[in-house]
Design a protein around this ligand. Structure first.
Ligand code: ATP
Ligand code: MG
Length: 205
């Protein structure tokens, strides 16, 4: 490892709600890439989800804080949710780069499903200049297809694009919301604190 500065993982997401799939992925990336810290970055107004109903940012932020509390290497950033207007990942990355300085190594962690849509992201060609990319396996998404789908995008930056195998967890926030709505248990899919928060605030009903 040649980096002089801190190694910072950034786990972007809507986190509506945060679940064990997110936590296992972040922890896997932290260990594999020897990250000093993983910052969870709940999105403000996500452009691609603007048509759907997304829970209030403060609820998503609070649940994320509750979920990461017991891991001293995890933190939550309000960068995106305190921002006016739509939140684009590239803007957050630029600001984190400015905040941590040129010596920091930034690692943007994302599920493989998100990477497949990379060409639709704003200023997608700039990402790998700012940060490493860690694409995590997610059930239902074929990792073998990744290099093909991302070849053009990765281009000259192959050394900054990484594929990470995490224990398969077929959990999604969509499914959790649906389970709550239909009265099914979400125990062991989200941390207990998050489960209580959802109940207490009557989310997803
Ligand atoms: P939704 O169903 O509402 O889209 P989600 O479960 O996909 O929610 P997001 O907040 O959209 O959660 O995801 C944040 C990031 O975490 C994305 O990069 C996504 O690919 C990744 N991710 C989500 N669930 C998993 C999982 N089970 N395993 C690995 N990565 C995941
Ligand atoms: Mg998603």
């Amino acid at each position: 490892m040649t980096s002089k500065g801190p190694r910072i993982g950034i786990m972007g997401g809507t986190f509506d709600p945060v679940h064990y799939g997110h936590l296992v992925t972040a922890e896997g990336a932290r260990c594999e890439y020897k990250l000093d810290q993983v910052l969870f970055l709940p999105s403000g107004k996500p452009p691609h989800k603007s048509m759907k109903r997304v829970s209030d940012a403060e609820h998503r932020y609070m649940m994320t804080v509750l979920a990461i509390l017991t891991n001293p290497h995890f933190g939550v950033s309000r960068l995106d949710i305190d921002r006016e207007g739509f939140s684009y990942t590239i803007d957050a990355l630029r600001r984190l780069r400015a905040e941590y300085g040129p010596d920091a190594e930034l690692f943007f962690i994302t599920g493989a499903d998100a990477i497949l849509e990379i060409n639709q992201w704003k200023d997608s060609d700039e990402y790998l200049d700012i940060a490493h990319f860690i694409a995590a396996a997610r059930p239902g998404f074929c990792l073998e297809e990744l290099p093909q789908a991302t070849q053009d995008w990765v281009g000259q930056h192959g050394d900054r694009f990484h594929v990470l195998n995490v224990p398969a967890m077929a959990i999604s926030s969509t499914e959790i919301r649906e389970r709550v709505r239909t009265g099914k248990s979400i125990r062991y899919l989200v941390p207990e604190s998050v489960e209580h928060y959802i109940k207490r605030n009557n989310l997803y009903l």
